[in-house]
Design a protein around this ligand. Structure first.
Ligand code: ADP
Length: 173
């Protein structure tokens, strides 16, 4: 299991994997943060395809092509906005990871990279979000044979350190 999960620091738009996940907003029509970076790197055809999708509810996921990205596909998921933990944010964030992984597996995707969904403008506490990301992913991989590699892309040193610590805790023998 440990070999199927990788933690790296960097820019998700540079990754040569089958699919990268976008922390989108429910319109799927682009935004700031990682969403803006993905649209800039993919080019205008991505927005054109997104316009045909009719948006996406929080916790769900939709797939498009990757266009000018090194990744073949983009899986767009909509994370919850943090409201102090009173709005089922944990459940919605879990659903983002589950539904993205499910969609990847259904599309025969072997390698997938995630950003730290909801932990930017949406304000979800990083450590709490990281625990959910790693727990849901390990649970999913235990019953899935299709996805060979999941990469968590940390934007900056703080996120990288947090992911590494929680990853090490999860895999202590
Ligand atoms: P959200 O609205 O879901 O919080 P953001 O895009 O604001 O989405 O932030 C989500 C996470 O993506 C944050 O941890 C942010 O640091 C990170 N991020 C921003 N740009 C990139 C990038 N190019 N590659 C990887 N992660 C990124």
């Amino acid at each position: 299991m440990k070999e199927r999960i990788e933690i790296v620091e960097g820019d998700i738009t540079k990754l040569k994997v089958d699919a990268i996940v976008n922390a989108a907003n429910s319109s799927l029509l682009g935004g700031g943060g990682v969403d803006g970076a993905i649209h800039r790197a993919a080019g205008p055809k991505l927005l054109e395809e997104c316009r045909t999708l009719g948006g996406c509810p929080t916790g769900e996921a939709k797939i498009t092509k990757g266009y000018n990205l090194p990744a073949k596909f983009v899986i767009h998921t909509v994370g919850p906005v943090w409201c102090g933990g009173y709005n089922k944010e944990d459940d919605f964030l879990s659903s983002c990871y589950k539904n993205s992984l499910k969609l990847a597996s259904e599309n025969n995707i072997k390698s997938i990279a995630f950003p730290a969904i909801s932990t930017g403008v949406y304000g979800f506490p990083l450590e709490r979000a990281t625990k959910i990301a790693l727990k849901i992913t390990t649970d999913f991989l235990m019953t899935d044979q299709t996805i060979e590699k999941v990469v968590f892309v940390c934007f900056g040193k703080i996120a990288y350190k947090t992911y590494k610590e929680i990853y090490d805790q999860l895999f202590v023998e």
